[in-house]
Design a binder for this molecule. Structure first.
Ligand SMILES: Cc1ncc(COP(=O)(O)O)c(C=O)c1O
Length: 460
């Protein structure tokens, strides 16, 4: 069991927000009214909200101060200039478009880069990335190395791409591949990092086949810190130096700044190359807004500029990654199967193993999410066959996802270790009655990204 008392959080609390525990009967009623989908709950009915680490973190006093200096000019605002400088300093890229959030960057980027029939390889695409590729008629292709699908492991870089398969894909004359995406860290298999070695080799392959490589870099600072902690040769480099080395390998990045931007809203689309940047204007202006604000308020750009400077501080990242590892340890100690090593932004529970009597097509991770909410008011999210399952094009039959995970994402600088202990204790209760937990069936869903709004009912 990891010690968390050798040092304390590298911040103190200046402002607090009350949260309230409800009773179990109330939660049962609320989740049933929500169609057993945790996204449909009101946050007032949630005690500890681990639905996502996206846009849910706490800003620093320096960021709040920066908000007050925000310049709301439509064009050429001071806050845009501050953000451009912070991006150049952190990523090394000269050309940057603000967007309202990560999927805004995806919408602009996929519209300008993807044609119907294109194949888009990556280590493992996030669900909104998949959605945008599909909407343009493209085919997302996950090439994460086989180790990325192992639940219990001590491999330090389970987000690595399978280099052989990448090369096979790029050399396949029948495929049209406009670019490659590396997602750092890899959200969809547990917030797992990608090693510098792997990124360098992937970049070399892309160069050889004349394909641009872009980063989906929502959690770039966490990835860089993992490299510092785990990869030979990086111990003495700063997180920022590692980030700069990473981004130098690619041609640009798409970023949801709601994660490692340490802000509640916003995103970035950055390019090394000026001509691609100028091409993106054609889509940025109609989809997101003028090129110097792109859906962000001036004050939000000011806060993001400050957030990018704070997020690469090692003390912050050591505490952040330490808290996820601590929660994983608490759960392992209680016999709950989790992805190991713990990822950067949360803990991912293997619901297939924890609830073996629920068939995959009855969504065991969804069932566990409902149970955790009813037990302790804790909200997680299913990342399994509801989020990533698909229909077989030939038969129309539902194909389950390889992994059946319940993600407990930890917002940044928001919850203390005592909150983590409440989560762990809830699992003691759930484990005692888990044989009686049943599965769910979907009674309503959308065609794309169904997990956000699907409604379920208990099976049997
Ligand atoms: C890896 C990754 N890419 C893209 C996105 C989409 O970002 P946003 O939610 O800001 O639209 C997310 C969001 O969770 C993500 O984790």
């Amino acid at each position: 069991m990891r010690r968390r008392d050798a040092y304390a959080e590298p911040f103190r609390i200046k402002s607090v927000e009350p949260i309230r525990m409800t009773d179990r009967e109330h939660r049962r009623k609320m989740i049933s009214e929500a169609g057993y989908n945790l996204f449909n709950l009101s946050s007032d009915d949630v005690y500890i909200d681990l639905l996502t680490d996206s846009g849910t973190g706490a800003m620093s006093d320096a960021q709040w101060a920066a908000m007050m200096t925000g310049d709301e000019a439509y064009a050429g605002s001071r806050s845009y200039v501050a953000l451009k400088e912070a991006v150049k300093d952190t990523f090394g890229y000269d050309f940057m478009l603000p967007v309202h959030q990560g999927r805004g960057a995806e919408k602009v980027f996929m519209a300008m880069m993807v044609k119907p029939g294109d194949t888009i390889p990556g280590n493992m695409h996030f669900d909104t990335t998949i959605g945008h590729i599909l909407l343009r008629g493209g085919r997302p292709l996950d090439l994460v190395a086989e180790k990325g699908y192992e639940i219990a492991s001590d491999d330090p870089f389970k987000g690595d791409i399978d280099l052989e398969r990448l090369e096979e894909t790029l050399s396949d004359g029948k495929l049209s591949v406009p670019f490659v995406i590396m997602t750092i860290t890899c959200n969809s298999n547990g917030g797992q990092p990608v090693s510098m070695r792997n990124m360098k080799m992937a970049s070399d392959i892309c160069r050889r086949y004349d394909k641009p490589m872009f980063f989906d870099c929502a959690r770039f600072a966490e990835n860089s810190c993992f490299i510092k902690m785990r990869e030979q040769g990086y111990k003495d480099k700063s997180v920022k130096e590692i980030a700069r080395e990473t981004f130098a390998l690619g041609d640009g990045c798409l970023m949801s700044s709601k994660k490692d931007g340490l802000v509640n809203i916003g995103g970035l689309l950055c390019f090394k190359d000026e001509s691609l940047y100028r091409k993106a204007w054609e889509y940025e202006i109609p989809f997101e807004g003028f090129i110097t604000y792109g859906g962000m308020a001036g004050r939000d750009m000011a806060a993001l500029a400050q957030g990018l400077r704070e997020v690469v501080e090692y003390e912050y990242l050591e505490d952040r990654l330490g808290q996820a590892a601590y929660l994983a340890d608490l759960l392992i100690e209680r016999g709950v199967p989790v992805i190991t090593p713990a990822g950067g932004h949360g803990v991912f529970i293997d619901a297939k193993e924890y609830l073996p009597s629920i068939p995959q097509l009855e969504f065991p991770a969804q069932a566990l999410g409902v149970e955790l909410y009813v037990e302790a008011g804790v909200r997680g999210v299913e990342l399994g066959s509801c989020a990533f399952g698909h229909k077989d094009p030939a038969t129309g039959a539902e194909v389950p996802h390889k992994l059946e995970l319940l993600r407990l994402a930890i917002p940044r600088r928001t919850y203390t270790d005592r909150h983590m202990m409440v989560v762990a204790r809830a699992f003691e209760e759930i484990s005692a009655r888990k044989a009686g937990i049943g599965g769910y069936r979907i009674v309503w869903q959308t065609e794309v990204l169904r997990h956000f709004t699907a409604r379920f009912e208990p099976v049997g």
